[in-house]
Design a protein around this ligand. Structure first.
Ligand SMILES: Nc1ncnc2c1ncn2[C@@H]1O[C@H](COP(=O)(O)OP(=O)(O)OP(=O)(O)O)[C@@H](O)[C@H]1O
Length: 196
């Protein structure tokens, strides 16, 4: 990413951002509400093209929404393989997140934590080169968050995508990431607390 700007009519949310993420590297972006974290991730996911600047992105990208966002009218397996149509891979992805037995369930029958596990299965089944995590466990309580962090570590060790995590939680950022950046007033700056 070189010189990336995103302007909305009333304000510039991202201003001249430069960022490189190496294959397999985990970068966390910390920022307050409204700092522009989701705006940045949506651009990298390809959901927003109204930008200035230069972006080079890998083809296989996956985006995990804050609220997991499953389609309520599709069973769990169909949610996982949305757009892929590969039931075998879907079953394997569900087994990886400990939900092989929930393939035929409806999303409404899942617990909150199971819903987030399915969202991770839907991301990893695509074998992404770049995984975009937008405050993925925000709605879970602390025990659930910790279990999801462990699951995420397991999945990352197995699949090794590059990761960009948006979060408001410094503990989560420092615990998971190789490098932590802060998004503030439209710019990205190192937080000084990372593991570099
Ligand atoms: N489509 C849009 N039109 C106008 N303004 C927008 C649009 N999308 C986002 N914004 C503005 O951009 C700013 C950044 O929003 P964004 O959702 O990226 O913040 P965030 O850091 O993800 O916050 P949160 O942690 O609350 O999700 C906000 O002021 C928001 O109102």
């Amino acid at each position: 990413m070189r010189g990336l700007d995103r302007r909305f009519t009333s304000r510039t949310v991202l201003f001249g951002l430069d960022l490189d993420i190496a294959p397999g590297e985990f970068v966390a972006v910390l920022g307050d509400t409204g700092a522009g974290k989701s705006t940045l991730l949506r651009i990298l996911a390809g959901m927003d093209r109204e930008t200035y600047g230069r972006l080079t992105l890998p083809e296989r990208r996956a985006y995990v929404f804050p609220d997991a966002r499953l389609l309520p009218w599709a069973r769990v397996l169909d949610n996982v393989i949305l757009g892929l149509n590969d039931r075998r891979r879907g079953h394997l992805a569900l087994a990886e997140v400990g939900l092989a037995h929930r393939a035929d369930a409806w999303p409404s029958a899942l617990s909150e934590e199971e819903t987030h596990r399915v969202a991770l299965a839907r991301a990893f089944v695509r074998d992404p080169e770049l995984l975009l995590l937008d405050e993925p466990f925000r709605t879970l309580g602390s025990p659930g968050r910790l279990r999801m962090r462990e699951l995420l570590r397991f999945l990352l060790a197995k699949h090794r995508p590059a990761v960009l995590l948006a979060t408001q939680d410094p503990d989560e950022a420092i615990d998971l990431a190789d490098r932590v950046l802060v998004l503030h007033e439209g710019g990205l700056v190192p937080d000084g607390l990372g593991k570099e």
